[in-house]
Design a protein around this ligand. Structure first.
Ligand code: NAI
Length: 396
C-alpha cells in the first residue's frame, strides 16, 4: 500500500516500514563509522524498539558485536493497517543483525508484567546463559502493577502551584500560553509507580534470582534534568519525582549487585524528539530553540550520537566512569553547557509565533518527529507500494 503520515495531535497513526528500516540502517552505519567499542557482549534492552533504547541496542550490537535481546511493546501490522514504528524498527534491527551474523531475539509485550519477565528469563537461560549489560529504557504512560493489578497512570504536572508558560504547537508553529494545574499526592504516587525505579529493580531481582547476571554486570537507566525554565513541569514536577526515584534506585540496585561486583547507573541524556517527549507541554518549544543553538554550535546530537558517546566515552572508555556529585553519568553535558543554556533562555524570552521561524528550529523538530514514524527519510520512495505486513525475524 502507499503509506502517508496521518497525524492526530501528538501522534502519527501510520508508520512507514521502509522509512523505519532506513532509519535503523542509518543508525547502524553511524555506529560502525565510529569504530569498535570494547563493551558488553550479551545485552538485554528493555524498551528496545524506539528512541534511546533502540539506539542502545544498535550501539551494543554494531559497536561491540553484542548478542541482544530486545523487549518492547508495539502494535503488529495487519493487511491494510500499518504497525507502530517500533515494530518496523525491530524488524529492521533483527534482520540487519542476523545479516551481520549477530544473535538478536525480540519479545513483544508488557515489560511491567511477570509474564514478560518470565519469558525473557526463559530465553536468556536457553540461549545466552548470562547477561552482562541491562539497559532499562521504558517510557510509558501506564503500568499495571504485577502484584496489586492496579493500573497506574503517569501525569505531567507541576507540584505545589499552577505552572504557566509558553508552548508551541509544532504542527502549526503557533506559540501560545499554557497553564497546567498542579498535581495532587495521588498523581505523584502514580507517576512514580509508572516511571520510577520499582520495575527496574524488579527486573534486576528477577534476573539475579535465576543467576542470569554475569560477574561485573552493569545496568543503566535513562534520566533527564533540563533547564530552569522547564523545571516546574519536568524536574520539579510529577515526572521529576519519578526520575528522583529512578536515580535513587540505582544505588539500591548497586547494593544488591555487590556480590557480583555489578553496578547500576543512571545516565542523564539530552532532550530529544521522541514519542515520549513530544507529549510533554513546553518541551517542544524548548527543544526547537535548543536544536537551533546546538546546530549553530556544531554540537547537535540525536539518540544514536548520544548513546554511541555514552558507550564509547563513558561506560566503556576503559577507566573509572565519570559521575556527577549525585553519582549520575552526564551525557547531557553539551545541552547543559552554560553558553548554550544562556542563549536558549534569551531566545525563550523572544519566542512568539512571529519570531519562532527565525529563532527556532521547528523544521528540524518536525523532521525529527516525522522520521520517528519513518517519513521524510532520504533515499525512501514514498510513491512506491510498501509492504505493511512485515515480520520480526527474531520474535519469540
Ligand atoms: P520512546 O517512547 O522512544 O521509547 C520507549 C520504549 O519503551 C519503546 O521501546 C516502547 O516499546 C517501550 N515500552 C513502553 N511501554 C512498554 C511496556 N509496557 N512494555 C514494554 N515496552 C514498553 O522513549 P525515549 O524518549 O527513548 O525514553 C526512554 C527513556 O529515556 C525514558 O526513561 C525517558 O524518560 C528517558 N529520556 C528521554 C529523553 C528525551 O528527550 N526523549 C531525555 C532524557 C531521558
Amino acid at each position: 500500500m502507499i503509506i502517508e503520515p496521518r497525524m492526530r495531535g501528538f501522534i502519527c497513526l501510520t508508520a512507514h516500514p521502509d522509512g523505519c528500516a532506513q532509519n535503523v540502517k542509518n543508525q547502524i552505519e553511524y555506529v560502525k563509522s565510529k569504530g569498535a567499542i570494547d563493551g558488553a557482549k550479551k545485552v538485554l534492552v528493555i524498551g528496545a524498539s524506539t528512541g534511546f533504547g533502540l539506539a542502545s541496542r544498535i550501539t551494543a550490537a554494531f559497536g561491540s558485536g553484542a548478542a541482544t535481546i530486545g523487549v518492547f511493546f508495539e502494535k503488529a501490522p495487519s493487511e491494510g493497517k500499518t504497525a507502530s514504528p517500533g515494530w518496523y524498527n525491530s524488524a529492521a534491527f533483527d534482520h540487519e543483525a542476523h545479516q551481520a551474523g549477530l544473535y538478536a531475539k525480540s519479545i513483544n509485550g508488557d515489560a511491567f508484567s511477570k509474564e514478560i519477565k518470565d519469558k525473557t528469563i526463559e530465553l536468556i537461560k536457553a540461549d545466552l546463559g548470562q547477561i552482562d549489560l541491562v539497559i532499562y529504557s521504558l517510557a510509558s504512560p501506564v503500568r499495571k502493577h504485577p502484584d496489586t493489578e492496579v493500573l497506574h497512570r503517569s501525569t505531567l504536572k507541576p507540584i505545589g502551584g499552577t505552572y504557566t508558560n509558553k508552548t508551541v504547537d509544532f504542527h502549526t508553529g503557533n506559540v501560545s500560553t499554557i497553564s497546567i494545574e498542579p498535581a495532587n499526592e495521588e498523581d505523584i504516587a502514580n507517576t512514580v509507580a509508572v516511571m520510577g525505579g520499582e520495575d527496574w529493580s524488579m527486573w534486576i531481582d528477577a534476573l539475579k534470582a535465576e543467576n542470569l547476571l554475569a560477574e561485573g554486570a552493569t545496568t543503566v537507566a535513562y534520566s533527564y534534568i533540563g533547564p530552569a525554565l522547564t523545571e516546574p513541569v519536568y524536574r520539579k514536577g510529577t515526572i521529576g519525582r519519578a526520575k528522583d526515584d529512578l536515580e535513587a534506585t540505582a544505588f539500591t540496585i548497586t547494593d544488591k549487585l555487590k556480590d557480583l561486583n555489578g553496578k547500576a547507573f543512571v545516565s542523564v541524556n539530552k532532550a530529544l524528539v521522541t514519542q515520549a517527549s513530544s507529549a510533554i507541554p513546553v518541551i517542544p518549544l524548548y527543544i526547537s530553540l535548543l536544536y537551533k543553538v546546538m546546530k549553530a554550535e556544531g554540537i547537535h546530537e540525536g539518540t544514536i550520537e548520544q548513546i554511541q558517546r555514552l558507550f564509547a566515552e563513558r561506560l566503556y572508555q576503559g577507566g573509572d566512569i565519570p559521575l556527577d556529585d549525585k553519582g549520575r553519568i552526564r551525557i547531557d553535558d553539551w545541552e547543559m553547557r552554560e553558553d548554550v543554556q544562556a542563549r536558549v533562555a534569551q531566545l525563550w524570552e523572544e519566542a512568539t509565533t512571529e519570531t519562532l521561524p527565525a529563532i527556532g528550529d521547528l523544521p528540524g523538530y518536525r523532521a525529527d518527529f516525522l522520521s520517528l514514524f519513518g517519513f521524510e527519510i532520504d533515499g525512501v520512495d514514498y510513491q512506491k507500494e510498501a509492504n505493511e505486513v512485515v515480520e520480526i525475524e527474531g520474535l519469540v
